[in-house]
Design a protein around this ligand. Structure first.
Ligand code: ADP
Ligand code: MG
Length: 696
């Protein structure tokens, strides 16, 4: 191929690397590898020191991960009860035998033959008196010859997808590195590298894949992680400085509506609410767009703060929009806000997904004409037909339930409206320091007076009858309860059937004589509204529900939530569900029924038992799931960090932030030839993404 510049080379398709081609190019794309650059920056998952492999006879303790090299002595597959396939391999060397066992992969039978040379990697367990590895990673070794990529050294182990194997990956990475050699430009200025003691890029890439020692691998990783974080922070800092110049609406913040509203509430605001309302007022008065996140644990009273912001906009003749992630929540907001703002001259409307066509057309006209002041709804708000006259503020409740594009398109309904996003799923401190550096954050760190801590229990199925008994007792004392019915992942219909059957059954047995209601996502709006209102008024004492009530629902008299099959929920979800209770001064209870099969599952339920602090839970959740899943690209638009880890490499992220701020303050940053390779790398990674990196 003809290549004019180094940049072209790095950006060229990975297909052109020797040994790749179109078909493997597609497989690599599944790993996020599209270009030569992606391939040379693809960090190994782990490394194996094959310069000195342990003999089987040297294994002293079980429970550890080991790498074993041996010969296939025998193999066999069989089917056990329940249709499960078991495939077994006996792998031996001169000193002993290890049995490798795989479940439900009968095709492995064709992959191995007696006499094959293999390497297996996994946790060694004792099965009877035999050493066993379950579902180990494996690699077939050609021969002893001079296989210098796969043997006799520290060997990289890459992430794979189907039809790619380690040998192939090692060879194509090797080819890519060899071909890249002359094209690899140093991205970091020498002065910075020396000051921060970072090795050169070419050296780092070589040692990322084929390190001479683990120390060299560590230095290589440090260098690559810094570069990755540094480019990322450049993007964030740049974005922040750009938005600083955008002109927004300077709202009149001393209007009557807002003041009257707060004055007429049936309770005084908490100190934290007052502080946050004030922060928002100051933001809104400024002639630049507000971009603020309000974090506050479940039940702290975020809705009031949102209404204050909406009314501030209306005070100055603007409109406000409030978007919530579920119909049930949007309906609740509509009801509550209408009630709270009842005496005020404000037109509030609900745009439901199911509104009849005629009502809808009328409503949209009024919105466009400006007679509707506050519009509440779900994703329906971002549909194209929805147009405002003068949208001045946008509030997004439970923001973590929306994607970055959805948030942006609501914002796009106005010219430069102020944006307020709210969440009870806090951004862990580790992230708010860095990744979300361009958002202003308010924290409501105080609950309304008289709230009690939720008592959380973790029980097995055998104790469910007791739990039902406890719920009946609470109901007799005048309280209400939620039962969250298992989310079974087979199919929505099967799940609903089970919930319906269960509700029916419980109403006739454990809860005989107690009014029980059932809500789920498939109910018609009117039916669902009728049941929710019935629960709201106390006519229904026990609400059996799927997760449609996960976020936001506020029924202060409910004091028990029983979550069945709790192991199926994520931590954030469990915390949200538990947040449905303890919304009054009555003592509240959360009962988790679950029998987790995984370590993570056990961890989640234990954490729920241990703490009810949303911040602690968010940090733990981040640690369990990892940053990639915790905040996927859809969520925040941030490109995935490939090598560095936001949690464990936090110090490095902070260092990168400082350096990025310093560099961008340098007037030569855009023109100085010293920075050209850096500018190029930055463009390659971020040119299309700058606008998306934000929560708001
Ligand atoms: P969340 O922060 O979870 O969205 P909500 O806004 O739904 O919380 O408020 C939870 C409950 O607390 C509501 O019933 C609300 O009326 C009540 N509440 C809010 N602020 C106060 C306050 N300052 N004093 C007493 N109750 C309050
Ligand atoms: Mg809420």
């Amino acid at each position: 191929m003809m290549l004019k510049t180094d940049q072209d080379f790095f950006q060229s398709s990975v297909q052109f690397v020797k040994g790749v081609g179109p078909r493997r190019g597609e497989l690599l794309a599944k790993l996020g590898v599209h270009t030569v650059r992606d391939l040379v920056y693809l960090a190994p998952r782990r490394y194996e020191d094959r310069s000195r492999l342990k003999a089987i006879g040297e294994i002293r303790s079980v429970g550890q991960f080991e790498t074993i090299r041996g010969t296939v002595l025998a193999k066999g597959k069989r089917r056990v009860r329940g249709g499960l396939w078991i495939f077994q391999l006996a792998v031996g060397d001169d000193t002993g035998v290890v049995y490798a066992v795989w479940f439900n992969q009968p095709y492995l039978d064709e992959r191995f033959h007696a006499g094959d040379n293999v390497i297996i990697y996994g946790r060694v367990q004792l099965y009877g008196k035999k050493l066993q590895m379950q579902n180990p990673e494996y690699e077939l070794i050609e021969s002893d010859g001079e296989d210098c990529l796969n043997m006799g050294r520290i060997v990289p182990v890459y992430p794979l997808t189907e039809q790619l194997n380690q040998r192939l990956m090692r060879s194509v990475v090797r080819h890519a590195l060899d071909a890249s050699g002359p094209h690899i430009e140093e991205t970091l200025p020498d002065e910075m590298r020396e000051r921060l003691r970072l090795i050169g890029l070419r050296d780092a890439l070589e040692n990322l894949h084929y390190p001479g020692s683990f120390a060299a691998q560590g230095r290589a990783r440090d260098r690559i992680v810094f570069e990755e974080f540094f480019l990322f922070q450049l993007a964030l800092v740049l974005r922040k400085s750009r938005t600083a110049h955008v002109k927004g609406i300077a709202h009149t913040v001393d209007g009557d509506l807002q003041r009257t509203f707060i004055g007429s509430l049936p309770f005084p605001l908490t100190g934290a609410q007052k502080r946050v309302v004030e922060q928002i007022r100051l933001d809104m008065a400024q002639p630049k767009p507000m971009n603020r996140l309000v974090q506050g644990d479940v039940g702290c009273g975020k809705t009031i703060v949102a209404v204050a912001a909406l009314l501030t906009a209306v005070d100055g003749g603007y409109q406000g929009a409030l978007m919530a992630p579920t119909e049930v929540l949007a309906e609740q907001h509509y009801r509550n806000i209408k009630k709270l703002a009842g005496g005020l001259p404000v037109r509030i409307a609900l745009l439901s997904g199911e509104k009849k066509k005629n009502d809808r057309t009328g409503l949209l006209e009024e919105l466009r004409g400006g007679t509707i002041d506050i519009l509440i709804g779900t994703h329906a708000l971002i549909e194209e037909s929805v147009a405002f006259k003068r949208l001045g503020v946008v509030v997004i409740d439970e923001q973590h339930k929306f994607g970055v594009a959805q948030r942006a398109s609501l914002k796009g309904k106005g010219e430069t409206p102020d944006v307020l996003v709210m969440t009870a799923t806090p951004i862990p401190r580790t992230l708010s320091l860095t990744v979300y550096g361009d958002l202003d954050i308010s924290v409501i760190d105080e609950l309304p007076p008289g709230r009690q801590k939720v008592m959380t229990y973790w029980i097995g199925k055998n104790k469910l009858a007791d739990a039902y008994g406890f719920i009946s007792k609470q109901v007799k004392e005048g309280r209400q309860a939620y039962i969250i019915y298992p989310v079974i992942d087979e199919s929505v219909n099967a799940e609903l059937k089970a919930a319906v059957k269960m509700a029916d059954h419980l109403a006739k047995t454990a809860f005989k004589g107690i009014p029980v209601g059932l809500v789920h996502g498939k109910l018609k709006t009117e039916e669902r509204e009728a049941i929710m209102q019935g629960f709201n008024r106390g006519e229904i004492a026990i609400l059996i529900s799927t997760t449609v009530i996960e976020v936001g629902i506020d029924i202060p008299n409910a004091t028990v939530i029983l979550i069945e099959n709790a192991e199926r929920f994520g931590l954030a979800q469990l915390h949200q569900l538990r947040g449905r209770v303890a919304r009054s001064s009555h003592k509240s209870f959360c009962i988790l029924e679950g029998n987790p099969k995984t370590e993570d599952g056990v961890k989640r339920l234990s954490i729920m038992k241990k703490t009810s602090d949303g911040f602690v839970i968010a940090e733990e959740d981040l640690a369990i799931r990892g940053p990639g899943e915790f905040f996927g690209e859809r969520q925040h638009g941030m490109p995935e960090l490939k090598v560095g880890n936001i949690i464990t490499d936090l110090a490095e992220m902070q260092r990168a932030r400082k350096e990025a701020e310093a560099l961008l303050a340098d007037p030569g940053v855009k023109t100085d030839p010293r920075y050209e390779p850096l500018r190029r790398a930055f463009r390659e990674l971020y040119k299309d993404k700058l606008n998306l990196i934000s929560v708001g």
